[in-house]
Ligand binder design. Structure first.
Ligand code: ADP
Ligand code: MG
Length: 221
């Protein structure tokens, strides 16, 4: 599903330690649940951002379902970015001025859907996550765990093939973290969504079926 070939990333600042990723080769097959682990500053978020089209690599190839991402036209990239890939952030990144309902709806605004189609897709996700009663609340009226549920609802509403999650339980208590991890497991098992999470937690990693260790911008082993 995802293939990285000799991906490097550097920032044009100063000398020395500006090479964040070095010749990263990585294959992620459809249906996998992969955990990326490694010390702080090792390049985990940068790698995930490249996979999610939030950042561009400096060199190397990224293929999504066999197709070179850098050769895609703007429309195709947007479909990938807003459709086939869902992104979940550690700090949720919800829009404070929008309600739960409106936050979940945002990825659908990039699709060619009628208002009633959007409404039914958001309603389905709200129902599945038991959040119908919270749909008109704003993010600051929710607990961290509930905000992350909204973050995941937003990530899946456009029916992605892959979810990329950057330390999705990093700000949560362990009981809330468990709810979130069980949900990812269900999305992987039942919905057949490929999951790639960055995590520091050995417990979180047990939910997945492969661990990738990254250190100083290199994948180990
Ligand atoms: P991790 O998620 O593993 O903690 P990151 O991918 O966030 O690591 O960062 C890896 C390295 O890249 C860090 O040294 C960080 O300071 C650096 N870095 C990240 N983003 C930028 C940027 N926009 N400009 C310059 N350096 C950056
Ligand atoms: Mg990080």
């Amino acid at each position: 599903m995802i293939e990285l070939q000799k991906i490097s990333k550097h920032y044009p600042v100063g000398f020395g330690k500006n090479e964040i990723l070095k010749d990263v080769d990585l294959t992620i097959r459809e249906g996998e649940f992969v955990s990326i682990m490694g010390p702080s500053g090792s390049g985990k978020s940068t790698l995930l951002h490249i996979l999610g089209l939030l950042e561009e690599p400096s060199a190397g190839q990224y293929l999504f379902q066999g197709e070179r991402v850098d050769k895609m036209n703007e429309k195709k990239r947007t479909q990938l970015h807003r459709g086939a890939i869902g992104f979940v952030f550690q700090a949720y990144h919800l829009i404070d001025e929008l309600t739960v309902y409106e936050n979940i709806e945002t990825p659908l605004l990039y699709k060619n859907l009628s208002g009633s189609e959007r409404k039914s897709k958001v309603a389905d996700v709200l129902d599945r996550f038991n959040m119908v009663a919270k749909k008109d609340l704003f993010p600051n009226q929710l607990s961290g765990g509930q905000q992350q549920l909204v973050g995941i609802a937003r990530a899946i509403v456009a029916e992605p093939r892959v979810i990329l999650a950057d330390e999705p339980t990093g700000n949560l208590h362990s009981d809330q973290a468990k709810v979130i991890m069980e949900l990812f497991k269900q999305l992987n098992d039942q919905d057949k969504i490929t999951i790639v999470q960055v995590t520091h937690s050995d417990l979180n990693a047990t939910y997945g079926n492969r661990i990738i260790q990254i250190r100083d911008g290199h994948i180990q082993g």
